[in-house]
Write a protein that binds this ligand. Structure first.
Ligand code: 5AD
Ligand code: SF4
Length: 460
């Protein structure tokens, strides 16, 4: 009997990947994904806890779902309501208390036990709670997955031991864990067989990857990238998210030598002030980050850098904030995310002196975002007139239009037939917008199976 499954995903790409795996685990029980929760037999909220208000958003969504669940049970059917992900990990028992109609609460390491939890939820009165940690078990028990289309995510590493003083991830995702090389390569082959041409290697701290080969040899991320790039059918490789202090020479060499490795790197810096970086426990200075950016660009001159920033961290002065603006000006980013510092319970930073007032945070954020938007716009403008390889991955908003990604991760809109989804084509870029590019297909390097990589962009 088929049953319908609705998963709402919040937060990062790791959660997107985890949601896909949950759907895979539940498929043998007859669960088929649907787009709306209204008629669903099971609803999972896959939550994110990284910034404030996440938990409150979950509770208000649960309030809405409670009404759907009640309406269904009056009709004689039942809806299983589950909360997964990092909010579940961080406040499992609290959810069970505040929302007793929730059937299951489970953390990021418990997905492989979902079928068992579904069975228990049928019997139990009250929520089934599963917020244990060991990720090894999770990866050993997850099915290979049904394929995710031309762009696929592949989790290679989980957890974080860095304990930045603002961040909940080490508490919600647990210690760093790397999947064995053979498992990663097997999943990459499986994804390629299912049609993936681009693979995004995922990890909270992906460049902390240290994978075992036959129980001994230790592969770092640079080796793993080479291994995945060598898988037949995989023509593009990316990875996210990285920790600057752990970018090693082998990873930089991969940027120089592996054409499949796309020239775009998300490398969060958080702040440009050494004082703030130290208080954040980031283990690198602003100048070390500048030098790292230089070394990466020596290896791959057209590398586009992206970053994350936090403004208004406790103790951040005007001078500290100016140092962040200076770093942005010096490095130059193609894209960035920036946030006001938000105190997370259980982390050290909320206890620090000199919390920054909200209006100051807002003002700094606006100033920083203006600068970052200008840089992104400038970066996009420099692409006009170039020919970039684009992997077309989805329909556009208008009929006859498709969207894909440039090597630099920009969305590129082109006119193309729907059958072209999955093709890697050469696109002459005609127009740049704030967040995307428009262009004309001028060729397909080898009849749809394009040559990997693309180095046509030169940075000034
Ligand atoms: N406040 C604001 N931003 C945060 N981030 C993580 N924790 C916090 C917090 N407490 C941001 C960081 C990180 C990104 C995923 O979210 O910039 O890189
Ligand atoms: Fe959080 Fe820092 Fe770990 Fe990134 S490196 S996940 S910001 S603790």
């Amino acid at each position: 009997m088929t049953k319908s499954l609705y998963i709402k995903t919040y937060g990062c790409q790791m959660n997107v990947y985890d949601s896909a795996r949950m759907a895979d685990v539940l498929a043998p029980l007859g669960f088929v994904p649907v787009e709306v929760p209204d008629e669903a037999d099971m609803v999972i909220l896959n939550t994110c806890h990284i910034r404030e208000k996440a938990a409150e958003k979950v509770y208000s969504e649960l309030g809405r779902l409670r009404r759907l669940k009640q309406a269904r049970s009056h009709g004689g059917a039942d809806m299983i309501l589950a909360v997964a992900g990092c909010v579940a990990q961080a406040e499992g028992a609290e959810i069970a208390r505040r929302a007793p109609y929730v059937d299951m609460v489970f953390g990021p390491q418990a997905y492989h036990r979902l079928p068992e939890m579904v069975a228990r939820a049928g019997r139990a009165g009250g929520a089934v709670l599963d917020t244990d940690f060991p990720p090894e078990a999770k990866f050993d028990h997850l099915p290979a997955g049904s394929g995710q289309g031309v762009n696929a995510f592949l989790t290679v590493q989980e957890g974080c031991d860095k304990f930045c003083t603002f961040c909940v991830v080490p508490y919600t995702r647990g210690a760093e864990f790397s999947r064995p090389v053979a498992d990663v390569l097997a999943e990459a082959r499986h994804l390629a067989d299912a049609g993936a041409r681009e693979v995004m290697l995922l990890g909270q701290n992906v460049n902390a990857y240290h994978g075992l080969v036959e129980g001994k040899e230790d592969w770092g991320l640079g080796d793993l990238i080479r291994g995945v790039a060598a898988v037949d059918g995989i023509e593009r490789v990316r990875y996210t998210t990285s920790y600057p202090a752990e970018v090693d020479a082998a990873l930089i060499a991969a940027h120089r030598e592996v054409p499949e490795l796309m020239p775009f790197l998300h490398l969060p810096v958080q702040s440009g002030s050494d004082r703030v970086l130290a208080a954040m426990n980031r283990r690198h200075t602003a100048d070390q980050y500048r030098r790292l950016a230089d070394r990466l660009r020596q290896a791959r001159p057209d590398l586009a850098l992206a970053s994350d920033f936090i403004v208004g961290f406790p103790g951040e002065s005007d001078t500290d904030f100016q140092a962040t603006l200076d770093l942005v000006t010096d490095v130059g980013f193609a894209q960035a995310y920036s946030f006001k510092y938000s105190p997370r319970p259980g982390t050290p930073a909320p206890m620090m002196d000199a919390q920054v007032p909200e209006p100051v945070k807002s003002q700094r954020l606006a100033t920083l975002q203006d600068l970052l938007a200008e840089q992104q716009r400038h970066f996009n403008d420099t692409c006009v007139g170039l020919t970039l390889t684009v992997l077309l991955d989805r329909p556009g908003r208008h009929p006859g239009q498709l969207v894909g990604r440039s090597p630099y991760m920009q969305a590129v809109h082109v006119d193309a037939a729907a059958a072209e989804v999955g093709a890697i084509v050469e696109v002459r870029i005609d127009a740049a917008l704030a967040n995307s590019l428009g262009g004309t297909v001028v060729g397909s390097p080898d009849g749809g199976r394009a040559a990997p990589g693309d180095g046509t962009r030169q940075v000034a």
